[in-house]
Design a binder for this molecule. Structure first.
Ligand code: GLP
Length: 241
């Protein structure tokens, strides 16, 4: 696992965008694994700029998102489908039919997880997977205690994660407690993994990921087993290393 420590969030986004740019130039029909949360937004803004300048194209890209809230329709403003359209897909030349987010409105969520896994494998697997990290070390919605070999499945969110994400929901608004998330095993099969973390609130999770034991107590520590994983973090997120 490679760790790149940069001054601030802007540098983290620019460095991450450069990796995605190289990937798209090398393989224009890349299969991208994408992430939500506030951290990747600055990287998405960089990619939008590069696309609008004509430096990169998403025309041949396929994408798979990590996770989605179960019980939200894709047009719900807090759904991750809505987030991806709003923060990236609506602003670049991607074919939206080639973008996949786990279906939060699936009638049979368990079956939908298997369909999602199959779709990833039919696409030839993920070339590059973008990740954020939760304060408790979660990746996607793989909360602490998730099996390190897990596949796409329905996962209950921890109270810590529900509280962390409550800021996105209005007072009194229904906030899902369940999600569909790629598993840790699914993520580890991506050819390349890029994890971004910024801010002091992520420092403990980054310490556990980089210096801690390989453990389901910190799902991101599974990246220690990946042969091409890079953590791009700012000085604040690196402050406990
Ligand atoms: C959510 C997402 C994760 C993300 C995490 C951190 O729980 N499911 O994929 O990494 O939030 O989000 P943020 O970047 O806003 O701190």
């Amino acid at each position: 696992m490679k760790v790149v420590i940069l001054k601030d969030a802007a540098e983290v986004a620019a460095y991450g965008a450069e990796i995605f740019k190289k990937q798209l130039l090398k393989k224009p029909d890349s299969v991208l694994g994408l992430a939500t949360g506030s951290t990747p937004v600055a990287l998405y803004n960089e990619l939008i700029k590069l696309n609008q300048r004509g430096d990169i194209s998403f025309k041949q890209v396929k994408s798979f998102n990590l996770d989605e809230y179960l019980g939200l329709e894709g047009d719900h403003p807090q759904s991750y489908r809505y987030f991806m359209n709003d923060k990236l897909f609506n602003h670049v030349d991607i074919d939206k039919a080639q973008t996949q987010v786990p279906p939060g409105n699936a009638e049979d969520p368990v079956a939908a997880c298997q369909v999602y896994e199959q779709a990833i494998s039919d696409a030839g697997g993920i070339d590059i997977q973008l990740l954020g990290i939760g304060r408790n070390g979660h990746i996607g919605f793989n909360e602490p205690s998730s099996s390190l070999a897990s596949r796409t499945r329905v996962k209950t969110l921890t109270k810590a994660t529900i509280d962390d994400n409550a800021r996105f929901f209005a007072e009194g608004e229904y906030q899902p407690h369940l999600s569909i998330t790629m598993g840790i095993g699914t993520i580890l099969e991506s050819k390349k993994v890029v994890l971004l973390a910024t801010g002091e609130s992520k420092a403990e999770a980054i310490k556990a990921t980089v210096e801690g034991p390989l453990t389901a107590a910190c799902p991101a520590s599974a990246l220690q087993m990946h042969k091409d994983a890079v953590l791009i973090i700012d000085e604040a997120a690196a402050s406990e290393l």
